[in-house]
Ligand binder design. Sequence first.
Ligand code: UD2
Ligand code: MN
Length: 622
Amino acid sequence: MNLNKPFFYGICFASVTWAISLYLFWQLSKSASFDSLTPYSSISTQQEGLHDNSLSHGEYEKANHAKDNVLKKPNHNNYVNSEKLIKELQVVAQKPKGHDQVLTDLGMVKTLGDQKIRDEGHKIHAFNVLVSNKLSFHREIPDTRNNLCKDVVYSKDLPAASIIICFYNEHLPTLLRTIHSILDRTPSEYLEEIILIDDYSDLHDLHSNLTKYINENKEVKRRVTLLKTERREGLIRARMFGARKATGEALIFLDSHIEVNVGWIQPLLARIKENRTNVAIPVIDIINADTFTYTSSPLVRGGFNWGLHFKWENLPTGTLSKAKDFVKPIKSPTMAGGLFAMDRNYFVDLGEYDAGMDIWGGENLEISFRIWMCGGRLDIIPCSRVGHVFRHRRPYGDPDGKDTMLRNSLRVAHVWMDDYKDYFLQQRPDAKGLNYGDVTGRIALRRRLKCYDFDWYIKHVYPELALPSDNEERLKNKWAALEQDKFQPWHSRKRNYIDQYQLKLTNTSLCVQSNKDIKTKGSLLILRSCLRAKNQLWYETDKSELVLGQLLCLQSGQPSPYLYKCHEMGGNQEWKHKGENKTPVYNIAAGTCLGVDKPKIGAVIMMKLCTDPSLNMWDLVR
Ligand code: UD2
Ligand code: MN
């Protein structure tokens, strides 16, 4: 880069000043933002806020049918059972010291080089590699188990596990953090081995760098076996490939971008030891894809809809009525797919996976139906917690461009669902005529295992599932059973405003205003002459959101921020400033600041490097 020296020193000076001022600011505001890791912190004010990505209920249903489906985060709003007990028992996780400061600072884009790493990382991995690159492989995460879990004593005599992790083009530091979290938090007597399966990744140097890392680290080398498939198999066959090499008594499947929490493995293994046909799922905590903050997930269970998309749902009424219910296994009709523990021989006896399935999707419902219908059971284990990076989109597809989720789901429907498959086919008319390959082997398996039929599964395992044929009365009862419609005190919870001001560009009389009406989602922001009007009045919440006219939140975007429904999940709606005049306004997820190209009326507000003080300093006009 051709930078002249004064300019370069100027940038350095500005970054240092900016970093110091942010640090001071966060020191001051630490206590105010401290509870952002508690389960109650992400409770939205409205029912619509329920689901991830600020979708309304209708939009959520639509998104569930969207072709490019990704696994969505479980949402804290799903808490419905015995509020008081939950408050007492559910963790208020303590953040490791300095947690927030470290994370926000790491996300800051300080140079054009940072920007490039961030943007390219987003394209390939769909998460913030800039932050992940800088985090320790051994970082501390909050212990999100409830207090009762901490007192449970498990037998020492537990089966040892082979951990199977397949990956395609995974971000190396994130994968290494996955591995180290396992090595750091798993007593060695329970860890038979970690088997990594590189599913024919084509990312430059990934395989060789990983091989080198393993060879250079004794402890890693002793525990980890790295395999590579001979062609891109997809996660289903790649997992089977790994599982067949495993020697541990138990198998634990994990994704390649996770961090296991304290004491995660014992409750899973203990559950398998009770009965070899028990399949155990940890609670999947949330690692924010924008910031890598680790937060606790609520106790919810797995369900599905008739588009055969997995969904999180409320626990049935009464599931959490006594304290001990918070450590007991929770029956789950389905699993999300990525993280579960199972006896190895039972996995084989039950027919592994459907090897006719490609790349991604559907295998989680297939194995869930198969477990329940063929004599096993599936439970979520509240005392085992594993964090997973939930992405907003899947950054890869099928090499031939097929919709593998649809094809795989068709196989599920034809093998396992009997007449109920018609509901799926009605939902997905585009599945008609699609070649789903040969399923005779899987039908023979079902016969050999003498499995119950799908009607049994619906009636005994998932009676709460709404059927398209249900009348209004029956639907109401089913929803009531899941407490979906009951009074939920937090729905009336007000957003907590802590400040209000106009954002005026320093040394001008121009303020940030919505380009369109303040009710318009997606509206950009522009500079206008300052006027004490609703479309210039920002309300700051205790979650560091900026809500224009108490309606929509300011959300970072590329290249410009815009107004969007408040999702209360932080990240792209989380803004930091010094609380006084001449402050940058920094977005946590973007790592950049509010700024403009020129200080003139009509200039569009953009996300800019925080290091250019002339066009990104703001006065807070209260
Ligand atoms: C969820 C599951 C995931 C899987 C999927 C449905 C969790 C936390 N994750 O989606 O495990 O069950 O639903 O199929 O429950 N991979 C390969 N080869 C490929 C594609 C993916 O090895 O061709 C790896 C990938 O690197 C990752 C794992 O498979 O480690 C799961 O993929 P994902 O993270 O994209 O899936 P996710 O979490 O959206
Ligand atoms: Mn994943």
